[in-house]
Write a protein that binds this ligand. Structure first.
Ligand code: NAG
Ligand code: NAG
Length: 174
């Protein structure tokens, strides 16, 4: 019991000590700039049920597109999302898609992330987080292979909108 009471106090002391010793003003704030938007339409969910490692739900992505300041493309199948809700009611998503851009370039995207779940297996949260990563051999879009990005995801029924933001050092060209 004493340890349990002591723990928050120790954490508080450690936090204050860290803040005093660490000048936050010298910590660079990352530059976050808009990269593009991805639309996805999910199909019906396959419910695997309660397994020792969570409750997986799987869906084949039916349609989608990606648009950005200098690119536009449509989803090329196959594409899908594998998700599972863990014992702390957080949903882990692993989505895999590829897009064929209007100039013929293929961009492969894998998006993973964890978000608070709603408590219902098929009722995904309306706001989620994802960390997309991109792979392409197209020279024009080669920078995407090295890009650090994050996506804020909005869900409306089976339609998802991912607004993707690129994260870079401030004042450093990518
Ligand atoms: C992308 O999909 C969304 C949702 O279906 C649609 O509103 C939008 O017009 C589409 N954009 C393109 C460029 O295909
Ligand atoms: C942030 O990134 C954008 C897009 O690359 C760039 O135009 C801008 O100058 C950057 N700002 C800083 C403070 O680095």
């Amino acid at each position: 019991m004493a340890v349990r009471l002591l723990q928050p106090l120790l954490l508080l002391v450690a936090n204050v000590a860290f803040s005093l010793g660490h000048n936050i003003q010298n910590t660079p704030t990352p530059n976050v700039s808009y990269f593009g938007t991805m639309h996805l339409t999910f199909g019906d969910f396959l419910i695997v049920g309660n397994t020792p490692t969570g409750s997986p739900i799987i869906t084949a992505t039916q349609a989608g597109n990606i648009t950005g300041p200098d690119f536009e493309g449509q989803l090329a199948l196959p594409a899908g999302d594998w998700a599972w809700v863990d014992s702390t009611n957080h949903i882990h998503i692993d989505g895999r898609y590829q897009f064929k851009l209007t100039d013929g370039s293929i961009i492969y995207v894998q998006a993973t992330g964890v978000s608070p779940a709603t408590g219902s297996e098929t009722d995904l949260p309306t706001k989620m987080y994802l960390r997309p990563s991109f792979l392409t051999g197209a020279e024009k879009y080669f920078y995407m292979n090295y890009m650090v990005s994050t996506a804020l995801v909005r869900r409306n029924g089976l339609d998802l909108t991912l607004d993707i933001w690129e994260v870079t050092w401030p004042d450093v060209q990518r």
